[in-house]
Design a protein around this ligand. Structure first.
Ligand SMILES: [Zn+2]
Length: 296
């Protein structure tokens, strides 16, 4: 049964992914992503319905526009695939906690809170994909996407913190686990201190790297992104996510240097690595910690 939910989320995610592609590409042209039909970026021919099927249409078209024959960027199927997988991952995590088994026991208030929390997690995934792909292409953080997301997340975190404290929910422990207040490594932190220190620590760490490396390792855009990530994960999970992103970033630049695509002086956009670290901890953090502690 659960697999059906994940499959549905994957299909839904890949459709959202094709919209994220539109947002990323129209960020440069100034066109609204909500108005106007999708068209080929070269010959402007509007796409027919089957050319809009996520992932599959790229392979039916063999990566070329049907009209002008220009190559279609692999960004399209890749973003659709990754969004689909991450949406399926978010659903899988919901079922793993295990919210699907207890859903009938929940009050209407709890169900609403759970639904909105889940939708917000899909919003985080979408925002992080847009920021990462745009940073990869242009070496810039899209602040018109980041700033509203930061404000919405800030308000949402405060609302949910107060709701959890004020009502006697049946599944309170599950909620805390779901929202990331499972401070598995460094003792127990209350919801709001975890929230507060998550924002402060992530910003201070990245800002220090920006200053010390004189904007060579990371830029101020990454420092602006950091508090958003700190809000998503809270303290101390954000520290784990940052360490993981440095590891992934180091590994990828090492591989790129070996492949002679980059040299030691090359800049690497860092938002994709911060995203990879954050989403890994968001979806698998508790599993990683548990298996690590079992090794000791
Ligand atoms: Zn074309």
């Amino acid at each position: 049964m659960s697999l059906l939910y994940e499959l549905t989320s994957f299909i839904g995610g890949s459709i959202v992914g094709s919209f994220l592609n539109v947002v990323i590409n129209r960020a440069d042209t100034g066109e609204s992503p909500f108005i106007g039909r999708s068209h080929c970026p070269y010959c402007k021919t509007p796409l027919s319905w089957w050319e809009l099927i996520p992932i599959i249409s790229f392979f039916i078209l063999r990566g070329k526009c049907r009209h002008c024959g220009k190559k279609i960027s692999v960004q399209y199927p890749l973003v659709e695939l990754i969004t689909g997988l991450l949406f399926a991952g978010a659903t899988w995590r919901l079922g793993r906690l295990p919210f699907f088994n207890i859903i009938t026991n929940l009050s209407l208030g709890e169900k609403t809170l759970l639904l909105v929390s889940f939708l917000i997690s899909l919003y985080w995934i979408s925002v992080l994909i847009i920021l990462s792909v745009y940073d990869w292409k242009r070496y810039l953080i899209l602040t018109p996407v980041l700033f509203p997301a930061t404000i919405i997340t800030f308000i949402w975190r405060i609302i949910i913190g107060y709701s959890l404290k004020s009502y006697n929910f049946v599944c309170l422990p599950y909620f805390y686990r779901y929202l990331g207040e499972n401070n598995f490594l460094w003792g127990n932190w209350s919801y709001f201190s975890s929230f507060f220190w998550g924002i402060i620590s992530s910003f201070v760490i990245i800002a220090l790297i920006v200053v010390i490396s004189k904007e060579k390792a990371m830029g101020w855009g990454d420092a602006l992104l950091a508090p958003f990530l700190g809000m998503i994960l809270g303290w101390p999970a954000i520290i784990l996510a940052l360490m993981l992103s440095f590891l992934i970033g180091g590994l990828v630049s090492f591989i790129l240097i070996l492949m002679r695509k980059k040299n030691l002086k090359s800049h690497l956009p860092f938002a994709p690595f911060l995203t990879a670290g954050t989403l890994t901890i968001m979806l698998f953090g508790d599993i990683i910690i548990k298996s690590y502690l079992n090794l000791l």
